[in-house]
Write a new protein. Structure first.
Length: 367
């Protein structure tokens, strides 16, 4: 939008030709997102505090978390605004991929906002009824899969996905493609939500993941790079570098306020929207399976919850009384109860996330 305006004057001012380059617009998007978050962050925090919109801490959680009671939540508004405004300013809005990721982020952001509103303002302990939240996620998956299948931009590979480590191998899911889209979107948004339990943990991991997708988007949208690396070439995918970069800037900006001790939490507004954005990027870039590596820490957190629930149910049936496999799930709380400090857990999980990011990029050459 803004980039097109500047390009209209490129014949008069040669320097404006820079707006033709994805890398330049991506850098601008990241910087702009960071600046926006720095500007609106204090205002949002002040407003939430004034209206006493704070987080409720569960009593059966780690005792060290009780001091966090009342910390402003719904901070995902900062992330959404900081990421989407630069995307609208610097990306090609005629690009179907851009439209899809913006729509997905907003859709789940609205659902998360309603959930937060019901919990912290209306004071409904569980927030939005789980089946309604699930219905929203499934509906989003159906809309996006239909959008992709019927879009000319995905004409040759609409129901296909790529497989990590295998060269020029594409898996056509056919009728099962919508199911995969629903699973990816639901799993990713819920996984980020589960991981958002320590100051800075989820948002730092998200910044790492979006950094990977910025690189993947750029490579996938360049025919020369994709040909060299023997990966699927997707025309127009480079525009997603701008969205990914804006998300990086928004995540780092939010981390400024969310680092320990947190001034604000992202709430479901942030976790569901960013999770959906991450999953949607994987879907439109045909990297759904690679997402399991890129977001490995999110997968690990989710699996720990599944193990905890299944083990509790199994021991309850077998012994008449349920037992826990971990001291608490998700697993970051288990390590807290083991005596590790919150900041140490967060940094160690970031390191694991960074290593997984490097490994995911290395898969493009391990073929």
């Amino acid at each position: 939008m803004l980039s097109e305006f500047f390009l209209s004057f490129k014949n008069h001012f040669g320097i404006l030709n820079l707006f033709e380059y994805i890398t330049f617009r991506s850098a601008l998007a990241a910087i702009t997102a960071l600046i926006i978050s720095f500007i609106i962050g204090p205002y949002v925090i002040k407003t939430l505090k004034k209206n006493q919109i704070g987080e409720e801490i569960r009593k059966n959680g780690p005792k060290t978390h009780l001091i966090k009671r009342g910390t402003p939540t719904m901070g995902g508004v900062i992330i959404i605004l900081s990421a989407l405004l630069p995307t609208l300013m610097f990306s090609n809005l005629n690009n179907t991929m851009i439209k899809i990721v913006i729509f997905s982020t907003l859709w789940m952001g609205i659902i998360g906002f309603i959930d937060d509103y019901m919990k912290v303002i209306i004071k409904l302990k569980k927030g939005m009824v789980a089946r309604y939240k699930m219905a929203g996620q499934i509906s989003l998956g159906i809309i996006i899969s239909y959008w992709i299948i019927n879009s000319n931009q995905f004409l040759e590979f609409n129901t296909k996905t790529t497989i990590p480590f295998l060269k020029n191998v594409e898996l056509d899911l056919g009728f099962f493609y919508p199911l995969m889209v629903i699973i990816v979107l639901t799993a990713t948004s819920n996984a980020v939500n589960l991981t958002d339990g320590l100051d800075g943990l989820a948002i730092g991991l998200l910044a790492i993941c979006f950094s990977v997708f910025a690189a993947v988007s750029y490579i996938t949208g360049r025919i020369d790079y994709s040909d060299y690396l023997n990966i699927l070439y997707l025309p127009g995918a480079s525009e997603l570098t701008i969205f990914s970069s804006a998300m990086i800037g928004a995540c780092l900006g939010f981390l400024w306020f969310n680092s320990s001790p947190a001034d604000i939490f992202m709430g479901d507004t942030g976790s569901l929207s960013t999770g959906a954005a991450l999953g949607t990027l994987a879907i439109v870039l045909k990297k759904e399976l690679l997402l399991f590596i890129i977001g490995g820490v999110f997968v690990f957190e989710t699996v720990s919850v599944i193990i905890q629930v299944l083990f509790f149910r199994y021991t309850k049936i077998k012994n008449g009384q349920g037992e826990r496999f971990f001291k608490m799930a998700p697993i970051h709380h288990h390590f807290e109860l083991e005596g590790l400090k919150e900041s140490k857990i967060v940094v160690r999980f970031w390191i694991i996330g960074f290593l997984l990011a490097l490994f995911s990029l290395a898969t493009f050459k391990i073929r």
